[in-house]
Design a protein around this ligand. Sequence first.
Ligand SMILES: *Cc1c(COP(=O)(O)O)cnc(C)c1O
Length: 367
Amino acid sequence: MKVPFLELRAGYEVLKPEIDAAVARAMASGWYIGGPEVEGFERAFADYCSAAHCVGVANGLDALHLGLRAMDVGPGDEVIVASNSYIATLLAVSMVGATPVLVEADPATHNLDPSKVEAAITPRTRVILPTHLYGQPADLDPLLEIARRRGLRLLEDGAQGHGGRYRGQRVGGHGDLVAWSFYPSKNLGALGDAGAITTNDPVLADRVRTLGNYGSHQRYVNEVRGVNSRLDPLQAAVLSVKLAYLDAWNSRRKAIAERYLEAFADLPGITLPAVPDWADPAWHLFVIRATDRDGLQQRLADQGIQTLIHYPIPPHRQQAYADLGLPAGSFPIAEQLANEVLSLPIGPQMRDEEVEAVIAAVRAAAA
Ligand SMILES: *Cc1c(COP(=O)(O)O)cnc(C)c1O
């Protein structure tokens, strides 16, 4: 049996009548920038996250970079990010002219290790920017405590974390500001590019909205040099439909993750994702570690199972960040994770037979 990594079209097909009706409604509304579809989704997503405000933007990278600009982060400032995050987290810091300062993850959870953060703080540090990587909530309480005590802001990269819970509360309303991507493959995915921020701070919300709208509150009156980064009403209409299914789809992800955790518990040479007792992950990805990762990936491919690597090159080893001057060996945990991580198929539309085929293939390949 062939199992694809993720069948995106299946997520459209199961909701086709509702999504088609929502898109038709948006097209007939006469609102092609902003308007009721965008406002409706912003309200619904803020409520879902237990946040006071949601502001739609064009994509996840803009959500991060406008969040940093709203916090007045700029040249000369430093932002702490996890050394194994997706490169967009660092690119957002670079976009505002600040410097990303890398801190290693806890290899068990793949998330920024709070016990290593304080050693990285300097007089230039402005923001701690953890990622809820693979849908696992970052350990927010100690990060918030450090941020409050040291006068820093907490900005969360929630691009992989929709619906995940930290100590019982959904990610999205804990820190100063959370940046979201609705890239199609995310747990809450649009049919194109889309993003948003959530926050409890009305000043930050207003700043992101202004910055994403040419730096203007009032048409043709520009207070700051903003950009054009707005949530498209057609995507907002799609997202409103899909938001109603997010918890059910995340439950399906969780059931698959639990089946994998149980089925692989005894396999030698494989490390399973650790879930702290305070975490209820969104299971965006199911990432195992294997010392012979490349061999395992090949043996799975031979059996028709498609896997991916998130991510094969850590940001500090990318050519784009050669100027940070961080040689191989400078972040050994990030480098080891990049060599060992392997993402197995997981998704809300995955069928039981496919899950069992992955399990049989992994057990055979690991033996
Ligand atoms: C997807 C993703 C982003 C960027 O989102 P886009 O909408 O593609 O710009 C940022 N950070 C992380 C961790 C992501 O997974």
